[in-house]
Design a protein around this ligand. Structure first.
Ligand code: COA
Length: 324
């Protein structure tokens, strides 16, 4: 089905392996296009409850955007490349279903950005992270300046981006860039699946709302909120965009619920972030994150899963969630 991706669906977990090992899984146009497609599959396929993104081979998760496609691009083409890639990574970050990065080697440039767009990261001890773009006369273009700063703080992020140095797994773990280092490389996917299996037992509609609210706190999605879309192949402003919502009704519509649950109301957008770049600097992003949390908390009470969770607890049995 895909030319550059290997996919495997088992136990409601879709594993997506980027498969260009001879080029250290560098993200060329074809990989990016197929990544966009597989993300839509994750959103819409009811059999998928969570996903893993990893790289083929022993050496690399992804060693960056494919540098061979850079030469000859105009400034406008460069901006378009960045906008398209950013949107795909935004769709990953905004997915209502958890997406984990299993980092099996180099995660450089666009590879580090891809890992950071995922909801959390596990890696092997030999993994190396970095944003070496400045050494190529470039900057990170798929959200890296924003997400690295969110994850590790401004001082560390700027130093890593300016030096272009490689961050080893232990340091990446210490600074919060990865959640777990899996000591046995062969067990990386097994451990990632184990973690997702735990999550898959929780209530899907609650999971989607946790991701959405956390994304608002992180400021993720604000870049898409000013209403200027430069690309057309993928929808945005969806279920988990939170801070990315605009007052434009067309852009503000919710994604269809991937679990077939109750459609969300076209809620009170006026209480949500304006999406202006200053939304977090003046504290309003956080304020609106709290507002959205309260609203989402209330929405949970209208779900069958919340009734099931509370009843199962009181009956001292295991809950069975259906995503309704
Ligand atoms: N784009 C295109 N091709 C890439 C690539 C990238 N980002 N990263 C690696 N490759 C290719 C190499 O060109 C090489 O191809 P070849 O065998 O046809 O010559 C192959 O992958 C193996 O890479 P190589 O550089 O020979 O391996 P290495 O072990 O010597 O070095 C790295 C590994 C990761 C340090 C090195 O490949 C590298 O620095 N890659 C670029 C990282 C980067 O700057 N990413 C940000 C891009 S914006």
């Amino acid at each position: 089905m895909y030319k550059t991706l290997l996919t495997d669906l088992a136990d409601n977990i879709l594993t997506v392996m980027i498969n260009r090992p001879d080029k250290l899984n560098a993200l060329n146009k074809e990989v990016m296009s197929e990544l966009g497609e597989v993300v839509e599959e994750i959103y819409t396929n009811k059999d998928i409850r969570s996903a893993i993104i990893t790289g083929a081979g022993q050496r690399a998760f992804v060693a960056g955007a494919d540098i061979s496609e850079f030469l000859g691009l105009t400034s406008e083409q460069g901006r378009e490349l960045s906008a398209k890639g950013s949107e795909i990574f935004f769709r990953i970050a905004s997915s209502p279903k958890p997406i984990a990065a299993a980092v099996n080697g180099f995660a450089l440039g666009g590879g580090c950005e891809l890992a950071m767009a995922c909801h959390f990261r596990l890696c092997v001890p030999t993994a190396k992270f970095g944003q070496p773009e400045a050494g190529l006369g470039l900057i990170p273009g798929y959200g890296g300046t924003q997400r690295l700063t969110q994850l590790v703080g401004r001082g560390r992020a700027i130093e890593i981006m300016l030096t272009g140095r490689m961050v080893e797994a232990i340091e990446a773990h210490t600074m919060g860039l990865v959640n777990y280092i899996v000591t046995e490389p062969d067990e990386l996917l097994t451990k990632t699946r184990e973690l997702l299996s735990v999550i898959n037992e929780k209530a899907p509609l609650a999971i989607a709302r946790v991701i959405e609210c956390a994304n608002i706190a992180a400021g993720d999605g604000l870049a898409y909120s000013s209403g200027h879309s430069t690309h057309s192949t993928h929808r945005h402003g969806g279920a988990s965009s939170g801070g990315g919502r605009t007052t434009n009704k067309a852009d503000a519509s919710w994604e269809p619920d991937p679990f077939g649950g109750e459609a969300r109301p076209d809620d009170n957008s006026s209480s949500l972030p304006s999406g202006l770049p200053g939304a977090r600097a003046d504290g309003s992003g956080m304020k609106n994150g709290f507002t959205r949390e309260q609203q989402a908390f209330g929405e949970c009470f209208a779900t069958m899963d919340m009734q099931e969770g509370a009843n199962a607890f009181l009956a001292k049995r295991k809950p069975h969630f259906t995503g309704h």
